[in-house]
Design a protein around this ligand. Structure first.
Ligand SMILES: Nc1ncnc2c1ncn2[C@@H]1O[C@H](COP(=O)(O)OP(=O)(O)OP(=O)(O)O)[C@@H](O)[C@H]1O
Ligand SMILES: [Mg+2]
Length: 222
């Protein structure tokens, strides 16, 4: 672990519907590389919006946000940033339904032009680490919710991201499968020194983080 800020956010504002809805109302936040941070707060408090800003899935209206050295307020395309720096594990895992488990995990590597044999090996290694190497040729529709979430985790890790953004990864799962997913994310965080940012409603999940950020009405309140 080191003291480098991988995320620096100053006075970040994001509103919707012509400023009628202020989703983020002046966020100031610094996150150190390798930290495990849990974001808590009531529904509508801005958690997903903040995660979307960090992952460059959406753009803020005002303020500053720098992630892994990239200024996200610049007017440019951030698809390469997302592909190289960020692993997304969301509740709706967006697996491609007509591709097998193995192919789904390989997809981000295709975009990076990684050689076929290397790609296959890395995908299988990751699927083994989430205990799904016996389901390689299965379609995602044939898997349980927890199994799909594990495929999504393998896919998120395939490009060695520096940050994993995870929005309610256990929300659709029973508590036993939720525990498995959470432990998997924690293990990855520990082993790979990846920065883990997790949005969750589950109190016990938040308790295992290095740091808890509480949001309310588009602000951080702690
Ligand atoms: N695309 C959008 N258009 C309009 N309003 C939006 C949009 N996305 C989010 N909002 C609004 O911004 C506010 C913050 O939403 P956000 O999704 O960040 O909340 P959240 O904390 O993730 O809530 P939850 O716990 O229910 O997922 C809410 O009032 C929401 O209705
Ligand atoms: Mg949300």
């Amino acid at each position: 672990m080191n003291d480098l800020n991988i995320i620096e956010i100053k006075n970040l504002v994001k509103s919707y519907d012509n400023d009628k809805i202020i989703a983020l109302n002046g966020i100031n936040l610094e996150i150190k590389e390798g930290d495990f941070v849990s974001i808590n707060g009531p529904s509508g408090s801005g958690k997903s919006t903040l995660l979307n800003m960090i992952g460059a899935l959406d753009r803020a209206d005002e303020g500053q946000i720098t992630v892994a050295g990239v200024n996200l307020m610049k007017n440019q395309d951030f698809s390469e940033f997302r592909l190289n720096k960020i692993g997304f594990v969301f509740q709706l895992h967006n697996l491609i339904p007509n591709l097998t488990v193995h192919e789904n995990v390989q997809t981000p590597m295709i975009e990076l032009g990684i050689p076929d044999d290397e790609m296959e090996k890395r995908a299988i290694d990751l699927l083994r680490s989430v205990n799904l190497d016996n389901r390689l040729e299965q379609l995602p529709t044939k898997l349980s919710g927890g199994e799909r979430q594990r495929v999504a985790i393998a896919r998120a890790l395939v490009n060695h991201p520096r940050i994993i953004l995870s929005d309610e990864p256990t929300g659709a799962l029973d508590s036993r499968m939720g525990d498995i997913i959470l432990n998997l994310l924690r293990e990855i965080h520990r082993k790979e020194n990846v920065t883990l940012i997790l949005v969750t409603h589950e109190e016990y999940v938040a308790q295992s983080a290095d740091r808890i950020i509480n949001m309310m009405d588009g602000k951080i309140i702690n």
